[in-house]
Design a protein around this ligand. Structure first.
Ligand SMILES: [Fe+2]
Ligand SMILES: [Fe+2]
Length: 303
């Protein structure tokens, strides 16, 4: 175990602070060591003042906070005092983070040198492109039609605007292309920790209660990123199914807290701060008892 500080790399996501019970969870989030870093992997909230409240609090406690947007931060709700849409809303959030000292996908990728390091932290904003399609469908239109027929439609369809891109999938493809360029430029000597709100591979979505929801959960364009690059771990959220899985020998950590109705139903309480590095011991066993049965009890649609 190397590293120049004694800090750990921790992560959380989907804290959805609109819910008072979740706000209390965030208020209780504290580092175990002065050098601990925290990855906040999207879905802090929908309102900008909620997002600012949570990130300001956490940035004041952890040595470094790194944030990536979830879909909820990108919602434009009529009651929000700052009704920005699409790319303008994302850029506003990035500026907000800069003012708080919080790193975002727009910053140079930082090197983390704590226990289990060094690794290069890669915060990403990639969105989804409807390619995690339901069986029997072959394009976005058919996938969406299946979702509407099933009555399982993500709220993003009405409140996550893609301006100035024609669609969310166009925005996704642009983000993927930009991020690929930056990843290709990373020296391979330092392993990467890839951080994105949405899973980079489709497999974790296979246990969604409503599989048709997977089309709002990622893109096939990232299916080989965990093997294409020198990757130490992948960190994501969005599914509200916190667990550890392995894909081609690479550890994937779903780190969401989820809605109160979800975490109240779990038989086993998990730490809301998940340790990414140093790698938890016994790491081929989900370290916080996220059994498949529990995972399937997650309320879906998530998001
Ligand atoms: Fe969420
Ligand atoms: Fe989400």
């Amino acid at each position: 175990m190397s590293g120049t500080t004694r800090g750990r790399l921790l992560a959380t996501s989907d804290i959805h602070v609109r819910h008072p019970e979740n706000r209390a969870i965030v208020e209780a989030m504290r580092p175990g060591h002065d050098d601990d870093w925290l990855l906040v992997v999207g879905d802090v909230g929908e309102r900008l003042d909620d997002v600012e409240w949570a990130l300001r609090l956490l940035a004041g406690r952890f040595a470094q906070v790194v944030w990536v947007p979830g879909n909820h931060e990108l919602w434009t709700l009529s009651r929000d005092a700052v009704p920005l849409r699409g790319e303008a809303r994302y850029r506003h959030l990035v500026d907000l983070c800069a003012g708080l000292g919080v790193l975002t996908p727009e910053d140079p990728y930082p090197i983390w040198t704590g226990l289990g390091g060094p690794v290069r932290i890669v915060p990403m904003f990639l969105l989804y492109d409807y390619t995690f399609r339901p069986e029997g469908t072959s394009n976005k239109e058919e996938a969406l039609a299946a979702a509407y027929a099933a009555g399982v439609v993500c709220s993003d369809e009405s409140v996550l605007h893609s301006d100035p891109y024609p669609s969310r999938d166009d925005w996704c493809r642009a983000r993927v292309a930009q991020t690929r360029v930056r990843l290709d430029e990373c020296p391979r000597d330092v392993p990467l920790v890839l951080v994105n709100h949405f899973p980079l591979v489709r497999e974790p979505t296979r246990i969604l209660r409503y599989p048709v929801f997977a089309q709002w959960c990622g893109t096939e364009l990232t299916a080989d990123w965990h093997t294409r690059y020198n990757v130490a771990a992948v960190v994501y959220g969005h599914l509200h199914i916190p667990r550890t899985t392995w894909h081609d020998g690479v550890r994937f950590e779903e780190v969401s807290v989820g809605y109160p109705r979800e975490w109240r139903s779990w038989r086993t309480r998990r730490p809301v701060l998940r340790q990414i590095l140093p790698a938890p011991t016994g790491e081929r066993i989900p370290p916080w008892g996220a059994t498949r049965d529990e995972s399937e009890s997650a309320v879906v649609p998530p998001g």
